[in-house]
Design a binder for this molecule. Structure first.
Ligand code: GTP
Ligand code: MG
Length: 377
């Protein structure tokens, strides 16, 4: 069949004839190699890539292959889990070289806007910036609300940046494992600054603190209320408190709020040994204070490197990660054990009806779980 005789394009007619004629066209305009590669990639978009292909792609810093590698680690399918682990194992030696920065604050504190301004600034200095998000509510909503590219339009278009919205919660390990693994992949892809956004609603701050080197809290003015409503515990997790939106009529009050935070911080335990947590002001609209925050992080990194505190922190975090994965796995195996699944409703009813003590209930379930380890595959 010649090109003149070719049939109408339809799904069943989509293959060689059509792609070969595109390729021919491309060769004619003198761009054979890259276009051909593109065609091949397009054709394979829905085809699962091998570990080797993902490995090569991530190491080369290819953003679309990095995105696909992250999709793989986020997958809840058992066979993807195994494949993802092989990929991570291979990439592990290439990870760890970034500065990991956590950013939290109440909804509307301006986290996404800050990341847009800060990330764009870092890219202009030649850094490669990856943005990840932890969404503590995704377990409930099943969706993702953070890391929205709409608030980060400029950064999303920057060739030096990579933005990944938060994963949805899964069964085998949760959002946190996925974020940690996504972070390793980004590092292997050459991103030297990792920004992790999470909305400050309690537990998520502790989780993010355990993943990052530097942790900052964005707060707003309205000092009295802000300070009273803020838990001391959260302030003690932070390496810096940023009074955000310090622009226009807000600028003066922001300075005042900063002073009040500094007064309180003086009496609190610092989050990082050898580092004094202080409050700063910044605006993501006027960009005032943005470069100072980067200088601050640089000096934090240097201090932490010299004292060995940063290395200690990473080691501690690796141990915590191991522990949390063991907990996740145990949880998974326990609740998926057929006998446990079978017994649990009856035992629950027994406990609710006051016929069985909780300790006895747990003992019975564990007896069932441990009597048969065949299912522990
Ligand atoms: N004046 C001023 N407004 C800002 C600044 N940064 C953010 N905003 C505004 O604050 C609002 C909230 O900003 P976001 O960046 O979406 O806040 P967020 O903390 O990411 O919010 P969630 O993702 O919902 O938790 C938006 O209307 C921004 O335009 C700033 O530096 N100055
Ligand atoms: Mg946001």
């Amino acid at each position: 069949m010649t090109e003149d005789q070719r049939p109408e394009w339809s799904v069943s007619n989509q293959l060689e004839l059509f792609s070969s004629s595109v390729r021919k066209g491309a060769e004619q305009v003198g761009q054979p190699v890259s276009i051909q590669r593109n065609i091949r990639f397009q054709k394979r978009k829905n085809v699962e890539l091998t570990v080797e292909e993902l490995y090569e792609g991530v190491l080369k810093g290819n953003r679309s292959l990095l995105a696909r590698a992250i999709t793989l680690v986020e997958s809840n399918a058992e066979q993807h889990f195994q494949k993802a682990q092989i990929l991570l194992q291979k990439l592990l030696p290439h990870s760890g070289k970034s500065i990991r920065i956590g950013i939290t604050g109440v909804p509307g504190a301006g986290k996404s806007t800050f990341i847009e301004a800060f990330g764009t600034y870092l890219c202009s200095l030649g850094h490669r910036v990856a943005v990840l998000a932890i969404d503590p509510s995704s377990k409930l909503s099943g969706g993702s609300i953070l890391g929205d590219k709409t608030r980060m339009e400029q950064l999303a278009r920057n060739p030096g940046a990579f933005i990944r919205p938060s994963p949805t919660a899964g069964k085998l390990g949760g959002v946190h494992r996925k974020t940690r693994e996504a972070m390793l992949l980004c590092e292997a892809a050459g991103f030297d600054v990792i920004l992790i956004e999470t909305v400050g609603v309690g537990q998520s701050e502790v989780i993010i603190r355990d993943m990052v080197d530097f942790f900052m809290l964005l707060v707003l003015t309205g000092a009295g209320d802000e300070l009273q409503g803020m838990k001391k515990g959260i302030m003690e997790l932070a390496d810096a408190i940023i009074v955000h939106k310090a622009d226009g009529p807000n600028k003066q009050t922001a300075e005042q709020t900063k002073r009040e935070f500094n007064r309180i911080l003086h009496f609190l335990q610092p989050a990082t040994k050898g580092w004094t947590t202080k409050a700063y002001t910044c605006s993501s609209v006027t960009k005032e204070g943005i470069s100072e925050i980067w200088s601050l992080i640089q000096s934090f990194k240097q201090t932490g490197k010299d004292s060995g505190v940063l290395e200690e922190r990473r080691k501690f975090q690796a141990r915590e990660w191991l522990n949390s994965m063991i907990t996740d796995q145990l949880h998974h195996y326990f609740y998926h054990h057929p006998e446990v699944r079978n017994l649990l409703p009856k035992i629950e009813n027994g406990v609710i009806a006051g016929e069985m003590t909780v300790a006895k209930a747990v003992e019975s379930l564990f007896a069932a779980f441990l009597s048969d380890s065949i299912h522990l595959k």
